[in-house]
Design a protein around this ligand. Structure first.
Ligand SMILES: Nc1ncnc2c1ncn2[C@@H]1O[C@H](COP(=O)(O)OP(=O)(O)OP(=O)(O)O)[C@@H](O)[C@H]1O
Length: 305
């Protein structure tokens, strides 16, 4: 079976009078398997949206090739229409339509039934707001409606471009559950995000993008493991003697001041067991490496989303 997406050496340069030349996409290649939850993670301006638009067939690259479910998305391929769902920005809605009218418009476009439209509103938790005009929906509700519209044609592959941008934490978590459910149904999901924890929580694999290039692709756990970074274990000072601190550090890095003792260990389980038996767990905080550390390692720059 063909891969869901195969992208080879994509390039796109924008030329503006004020901005000059911007190499938005600068030699991007990646492959997404069917059923995968694939993330493109990068700070603002990294080139995520441009990449996605090219892959979706909405924008033409200067060079490079894209295969979407085994076909070229450019020029427009009618065979891909129902098979691929693209989440449009909520601002693309007709604001005077109700949620129900909006999804029915999309359903018609994709040749889906009105019933399917109603089911999708139900799925994203908007059934009770079916008669509310789009402009009156909250930000989170509009994002959910745009996801419902992307799903109405029953696509195999769904593109979501920063779906949780500007949402409050609760609305974001709700959308995470929805995205997980969409993927669990067997659909391939491609998500762009500049939220580290979102990529970490949802994606099977993540492409880290910066300045028009994909710097690395791996699973979140694979990235962190590859870093081989120590775990930082912090406890409140005053619970351990200096001698005991050295003993527990067992030759690994440790720092102490008046308020805290910070161990950097590659064997956190052993250290935590020892701290527990010493009764020295007050103020305990454990921090393992995360994608932020990975970004720094991969790009040489601090994360600046
Ligand atoms: N239509 C355009 N004309 C000129 N420059 C553009 C255009 N669209 C994007 N750019 C520039 O190309 C670069 C990549 O933008 P793009 O929107 O693809 O990045 P992004 O990673 O999606 O960022 P964001 O999260 O801010 O949308 C940026 O420097 C941006 O200013």
């Amino acid at each position: 079976m063909d891969a869901a997406i195969e992208v080879a050496d994509l390039r796109k340069t924008y030329r503006g009078r004020r901005t000059g030349e911007v190499r938005a996409v600068d030699g991007v290649s990646f492959r997404v398997e069917r059923g995968e939850f694939f993330g493109i993670l990068g700070p603002n301006g990294a080139g995520k949206t441009t990449t996605l638009e090219i892959v979706e067939g909405l924008r033409r690259p200067d060079s490079g090739t894209v295969r979407l479910l085994g076909r070229s998305p450019w020029p427009h391929s009618p065979e891909l229409t129902g098979r691929v769902g693209v989440q449009l920005q909520a601002s693309a809605f007709f604001e005077f339509l109700s949620a129900e009218e909006q999804i029915e418009t999309f359903a018609e476009l994709y040749g889906a039934s009105k019933t399917r439209g109603a089911e999708m509103l139900e799925l994203v938790g908007l059934a009770e707001h079916a008669n509310v005009r789009c402009e009156k929906l909250s930000g989170g509700q509009q994002q959910r409606l745009s996801i419902a519209c992307a799903l109405v044609g029953d696509p195999e592959l769904v593109f979501l471009d920063e779906p949780t941008a500007a949402l409050d934490p609760q609305a974001r978590r709700n959308l995470w559950d929805l995205m997980r459910a969409i993927n669990a149904e067997g659909r391939t999901v491609v998500l762009t995000t500049h939220y580290m924890e979102e990529a970490e929580a949802l994606c099977d694999r993540v492409a880290i993008m910066d300045a028009g290039k994909i710097r690395a692709v791996d699973s979140p756990a694979g990235f962190v493991k590859g870093l081989d970074a120590p775990t930082r274990v912090t406890v409140a000072a005053g619970q351990l003697t200096g001698e005991r601190i050295d003993e527990l550090a067992a030759g690994e890095a440790v720092s102490a001041d008046e308020t805290t003792v910070v161990f950097e260990t590659r064997d956190p389980r052993k250290l935590l067991t020892a701290l527990a038996s010493d009764g020295a767990l007050e103020g305990l905080a454990v921090r393992t490496a995360n994608l932020e550390d990975v970004f720094l390692h991969v790009t040489g720059r601090e994360w600046r989303a």
